[in-house]
Design a binder for this molecule. Structure first.
Ligand code: LLP
Length: 421
């Protein structure tokens, strides 16, 4: 199984571009995230080159917020979609331009709004009436003007996992269309606010463009109605959400999606913003792990590996199916087994009921791990978080060193006046 042109087997040895994955694991240890720079660049260009109307690709930082990834995106000309001050600070730390940042999320704190205004971000994607009032207050108190778009919830079913649907009426995100018009009216009269856009994001891991194009129609209609009253309206932010192939989804390509935007949006005269996350980084990354034990179970055998749900939570959280394969093919007998981590939870698995070549000591790889992998990782069970490496041709570079035990309690403080008994 090969998920990208950049992770391929050569003489039965998995390579990340021209680097042997086994060599990387030997050098940096496991669990290890490995990213392909060429794959990241290719995915960005697929969006950027095929959208031929004025646009900005605003990479959704949450998908993979490692500095080197952000730095690479910035170098390619990306903007960024952020949801916290932490993400904005990361973008800046990585050399990204705050002037190309859109700020989404339902819970923006006052200090976060202030910081974003100080940094001069491109636009706030406003998710509620009270948020709009708060942005107006903060901006006015600073003598600033906040560029805003209202995030519209078009009530479109993205036909994806319920945890990653965001554009349905019942979801906490955005505001329904009628309320959005009301918010735009209010925005027009509030001090410290300038309406510059319309925003929407309906969900993630969509395999077809149907729901995206349906939501787009709502935005186009709104743009037509809002233009007259909001002379600074200059962009349409259509969110992210395009899926990737984890298995056999047969996902529509970014190129085809962008192509369908060209014709539909050309005459609008607005800059189009897209906020892809997963489809830029997902298949550019793998998680490499070592089999500690093969354990006989009552119903199925277990390959107990050194990566757990703290490293990659998607299977546990969404029952996400992600491909797993040996780093070296043909080195072990095929077994029916579940690939599980060392964490004390039954939900701690990378994959259930697989047919895998596996024996203790071997390396396995989980594909499609570049998105929502490291960025959702934790220290649960007091496990230091994994290292990350970026490869480019036959070059490799460590982009995050493995956490040490000291890192685990770096911010903790023992009680004073209590001594060991
Ligand atoms: N824009 C906004 C406002 C978002 O909330 C998201 C993702 C994106 C863009 C990027 O969406 P993408 O292109 O990656 O689908 N942890 C889940 C996915 C959560 C997505 C949250 N929002 C997973 O591992 O499947």
């Amino acid at each position: 199984m090969e998920y990208s042109d950049h992770f391929t087997y050569r003489q039965d040895e998995l390579h990340a571009e021209d680097c042997s994955v086994a060599d990387l694991a030997a050098k940096y240890g496991t669990p290890l995230y490995v990213y392909s720079r060429s794959s990241l660049e290719g995915a960005f260009r697929e969006y950027d080159d095929n959208l031929r109307i004025p646009h900005r690709i605003c990479y959704a930082v949450k998908a993979n917020s490692s500095l080197a990834v952000l730095q690479l995106m910035a170098s390619l000309g990306a903007g960024f979609d952020i949801v916290s001050v932490g993400e904005l600070a990361r973008v800046i730390q990585a050399g990204g331009d705050p002037g190309r940042v859109v700020y989404s999320g339902v819970g923006k704190r006052e200090d976060e709004i202030r910081f974003a205004l100080e940094q001069g971000i491109y636009c706030f994607n406003v998710e509620s009436a009270p948020e709009l009032e708060r942005i107006s207050q903060v901006a006015s108190s600073m003598g600033a003007t906040a560029p805003v778009a209202v995030r519209v919830n078009p009530n479109v079913d993205p036909k994806t996992h319920p945890y990653i649907s965001t554009g349905l009426k019942k979801n906490k995100f955005g505001v329904p269309v009628e309320e959005a018009y009301e918010l735009y009216r209010r925005a027009g009269e509030l001090p410290g606010i300038r309406v510059t856009g319309i925003d929407c994001h309906i969900g993630s891991q969509m395999t077809t463009t149907g729901p995206l194009m349906e939501a787009l129609e709502t935005l186009v209609t709104m743009a037509g109605r809002l233009k007259a009253d909001h002379p600074h309206l200059d962009h349409l932010d259509i969110g992210g959400g395009l899926g990737i192939n984890y298995r056999d989804e047969n996902c529509v390509s970014a190129a085809a999606y962008m192509e369908s935007l060209n014709s539909r949006l050309a005459s609008l005269g607005l800059t189009v913003l897209v906020e892809p996350g997963r489809s830029l980084v997902g298949n550019a990354g793998i998680l490499v792990t070592r089999v500690e034990y093969v354990k006989k179970g009552a119903e199925t055998d277990f390959a107990v590996v050194d990566a757990g749900m703290n490293d990659m939570i998607r299977p546990a959280l969404y029952e996400a199916w992600m491909a797993i394969a040996p780093v070296r093919r043909g080195a072990a007998p095929v077994r029916h087994c579940s690939v599980v981590g060392p964490i004390c939870e039954s939900g701690d698995f990378l994959g259930l009921d697989r047919e895998l070549e596996v024996k203790a000591g071997d390396l396995l790889v989980q594909f499609s791990a570049g998105a929502y992998g490291f960025s959702m990782s934790s220290n649960y069970n007091s496990r230091p978080r994994a290292a990350e490496v970026m490869v480019y041709g036959d070059q490799e570079q460590l982009i995050r060193s493995r956490e040490t035990l000291d890192d685990l309690w770096r911010h903790e403080i023992l009680l004073s006046g209590v001594s060991a008994g």
